[in-house]
Structures are given as structure tokens and as C-alpha cells.
Design a protein around this ligand. Structure first.
Ligand SMILES: *[C@@H]1O[C@H](CO)[C@@H](O)[C@H](O)[C@H]1NC(C)=O
Ligand SMILES: *[C@@H]1O[C@H](CO)[C@@H](O)[C@H](O)[C@H]1NC(C)=O
Length: 329
């Protein structure tokens, strides 16, 4: 009896030790050259695959330096056993400098069906300046892609990330997303969407975006839904403590997204948006060349929006501020 008892205790301890010990995979040891010129995609994938197969929590360590990721990279969680993967990033992930290289990939760095992933620190440099210059010149240019996209994922934390020339987007089927201390700009800001392309679509819920700074971005905090029939939804979102610096649309809910007016037979989105709180969003907005006034808050065709509230303070220091609310119900 006594021996059996001791054995059980021992096994229990051994299990505790192995499950709580973290394993670390340094991308450099998998061949990533931090010179900004050699493609490091495979080293990231090797580190991801091992982390994903690991039954203990894993850390993917990215030391300082510039890591070219070309043209695009998907971290898929479909086969993961892991109970937690943390990207501990000291360096910068760099997109190919030619915007045509990312080209048709809609997302540069994509997380798909992952659970319990944390991205901490680092910079994403999508090298978008040539594309922005192309767009500003009025020439025909590619649409550009999302820098960091999260799809069908749960329990995601993004913190202390700097996103340059970029958008960060959370797409359908995501829940329990925590984004904190992220600096964006220039680029498109942080976006939930585009949602509601499909009729049957999993919703997005429980998203917190906290302590963010947007510098010269086109949008700040955005929720975007396709002007199509859909049973999708967005609920329980908190945007808290955001600083806007010359942002064109600091707060925008676009319930009518339909670029080029194509593929939107129903003209307005069916996605239900419920319980979105803006708390202490402050700073300045900027004006488009074609605008006669500038706005801080833009709600476009928000037909199924409920419980959109602003608590605490929503302070605006732009000289000419209008709340632009266009409802089409
Ligand atoms: C990572 O795993 C995926 C899926 O199992 C596989 O297709 C890919 O070749 C692996 N990549 C590397 C670099 O090990
Ligand atoms: C919402 O997500 C956070 C993490 O982002 C989590 O801690 C919390 O438990 C979630 N809330 C619910 C109701 O699931």
C-alpha cells in the first residue's frame, strides 16, 4: 500500500513538471537570418510546427533583427496539440518591399484556427509606403493586404506590438481576443471585419482592444460588415483608452462595406452588432482631400446595431469636429 501511494505522488509530480515547463524555440536556431533580406518563413514554420506538436506550453523566440517573411505566412492550428504558444518577439518582421510580392495573398501574416496564442512585443513592418504612394497618386494599384489577420481563433492575446504601414484584423469566428498596447500607423488601423460575406458565418465575440495608439492611420477602431445577408454577429467588444493622432476615421462602424459596389445584392449588412463600448477614445482626426468636414465618429448604415455606447469620456480635440452619423434604416 505504502509503495503504491508514493508511486502515485511521484507520477503526479512528474506530470506537473512536464506540463508546466515551457519549451523555447528560437527561430534563429532554425536558420532564420535576421538580415531583412533572406526569407525566414521556413524557420518560423519549423518553430511553429514543433510548438504546435508540443504538449507543454511553447515559446517561439524571435531575437532582435529584421526577418523577411515572403510573400506571406499562415500559422494553422488545425493539428495543434499545444496548450499555449507565445511569440516573444524582440525583432521586426518585414514584408517584401515590392507590394506586388504580397500581391494576391490577402493577408501577410495569418493565424487560422489557433487557440491560446499570445503575440508579445515586436514590430510588423508591412513595407506599405510604396503602395500608399501609388494609391495617393491615383494610379491603379493593388488593394493591399491585411498585415496581421486572425481567423476562427480563440483566446488570443496581442500585446506591445508595433504595426507599421499595416492593418490588424480580426475576422469571423473569433472569440476571446485581447489586444493591448499596440501602436499602429500609418495604415488601416485595427479592424473587426470584414464580416458577413457568408450567409451562415460564426460570429465574433468578447474582444478587448486596450491602450492603443494610432498615428496617421486611415481608420482607428473599425467594425466592418459586408452589405450582404448574413446571420453573423459581433458582440461584447470593448475599445478602451485609445489615442488617435490625425486619424481619418478614429471610430467607424461600416455596415455597408461594398468596394466597387460589387456582390452586395442586399445593400445592407445582416450582421448584428451588439454591445460595443468605447471608453476614453481621445485625440485628433484628419480630413480627406474630398471631405468638406472631418469627423471623429462615423456610423454607416448600421441597421442591426444595438447597444453601441461610450462610457467615461470620449474626448475630441480636433478643431472642426462633427459627429457624422448617417443612418439608413
Ligand atoms: C509544418 O507543418 C505543416 C503541416 O503539418 C507542413 O505542411 C509543413 O511542411 C511543415 N513545415 C515545416 C517547415 O516543417
Ligand atoms: C473574454 O476574453 C478574455 C480574454 O481575452 C477572458 O479572460 C474572459 O474570460 C472572456 N470572457 C468570457 C465571458 O468568455
Amino acid at each position: 500500500m505504502v509503495i503504491k501511494h508514493i508511486l502515485l505522488v511521484f507520477l503526479f509530480l512528474a506530470f506537473r513538471l512536464s506540463s508546466s515547463a515551457k519549451v523555447t524555440y528560437n527561430v534563429v536556431t532554425f536558420g532564420a537570418k535576421p538580415d531583412g533580406r533572406s526569407d525566414t518563413k521556413n524557420a518560423f514554420l519549423k518553430a511553429w510546427n514543433l510548438s504546435c506538436a508540443s504538449t507543454s506550453p511553447a515559446i517561439i523566440y524571435v531575437p532582435t533583427g529584421r526577418y523577411l517573411i515572403a510573400p506571406a505566412l499562415t500559422f494553422s492550428g488545425i493539428e495543434c496539440k499545444s496548450r499555449g504558444i507565445t511569440f516573444n518577439i524582440g525583432g521586426t518582421l518585414v514584408a517584401p518591399s515590392s507590394y506586388n510580392a504580397i500581391g494576391n495573398a490577402q493577408v501577410w501574416i495569418k493565424f487560422y484556427k489557433v487557440n491560446h496564442v499570445t503575440i508579445s512585443g515586436g514590430t510588423l513592418d508591412a513595407q506599405g509606403s510604396s503602395l500608399w504612394a501609388c494609391k495617393a497618386s491615383g494610379k491603379a494599384c493593388p488593394k493591399g493586404s491585411t498585415t496581421l489577420g486572425i481567423y476562427h481563433s480563440q483566446n488570443i492575446v496581442i500585446s506591445k506590438l508595433r504595426s507599421q504601414r499595416a492593418t490588424t484584423a480580426s475576422r469571423s469566428g473569433n472569440s476571446n481576443i485581447w489586444i493591448e498596447k499596440v501602436v499602429c500607423g500609418p495604415g488601416h488601423g485595427i479592424s473587426i471585419g470584414s464580416l458577413g460575406w457568408e450567409l451562415e458565418e460564426p460570429g465574433v465575440q468578447n474582444v478587448t482592444v486596450k491602450t492603443t495608439t494610432f498615428i496617421g492611420t486611415q481608420n482607428g477602431l473599425r467594425i466592418k460588415t459586408w452589405a450582404r445577408n448574413s446571420n453573423g454577429f459581433v458582440k461584447d467588444v470593448v475599445f478602451k483608452d485609445a489615442t488617435m493622432m490625425k486619424v481619418k476615421y478614429p471610430i467607424i462602424i461600416d455596415g455597408n462595406y461594398c468596394p466597387d459596389n460589387e456582390n452586395c445584392p442586399s445593400q445592407v449588412s445582416g450582421v448584428k452588432i451588439n454591445n460595443v463600448v468605447y471608453e476614453d477614445v481621445h485625440g485628433t482626426s484628419a480630413k480627406h482631400a474630398w471631405q468638406s468636414t472631418c469627423g471623429f465618429i462615423l456610423l454607416l448604415c448600421c441597421r442591426h446595431c444595438f447597444g453601441i455606447t461610450s462610457t467615461y469620456k470620449l474626448s475630441v480635440t480636433s478643431r472642426r469636429v462633427r459627429k457624422m452619423m448617417r443612418w439608413r434604416a
